[in-house]
Design a protein around this ligand. Sequence first.
Ligand code: APR
Length: 176
Amino acid sequence: MHLRIAPGDLTETVVDAVVNAANSSLLGGGGVDGAIHRRGGPDILDECRHLRETTLPEGLPAGEAVATTAGQLPARWVIHAVGPVHSTREDRSPTLASCYREALRVAGEIGARSVAFPAISAGVYGWPMDDAARIAVETVRDVASRQPTEASGVEEVVFVPFGADAESAFREHLSD
Ligand code: APR
């Protein structure tokens, strides 16, 4: 599994699957979630609504991931992952790491060979960017070390930081 960085807009990233920083409702929101639904069009929300009406009546718990169509996006799938809201009282790092692990598991299941991630939880959910980038890179590297049993078939992971601070945080951890 090859890891690389491509700063910019996740919705324009040309990969098989883009990972959405969703919320548990799966019914859209701001940030990258808003951008994906805006640019991807209504087919994504239609599939999310169908998931809520069938297999996910309670919504998608934090740390978990589920795939839908990517609608009009260049990607073929959106893998929705729900990040934890940052807390100073409890360490939710395992839940944030689970977003990356589960998204890559789902990617392996659907046959995605390339996957692009935003900095999950590092926006509205308040996670400090440097730590969010560290967890992202460490977790993806750990999954890569366990291939082919985990995320088999995923050949490339692209980190798509948004903004200069995010980019330098990811570049720093990718060079570790
Ligand atoms: N491309 C790449 N990254 C983006 C984009 C984009 N188009 N838009 C925002 N980002 C970045 C943000 O700058 C941040 O670094 O994605 C990272 C995650 O931020 P959010 O999208 O706010 O996601 P998160 O912090 O996980 O909060 C999730 O926000 O948008 C709502 O519905 C979403 O309730 C959920 C919550």
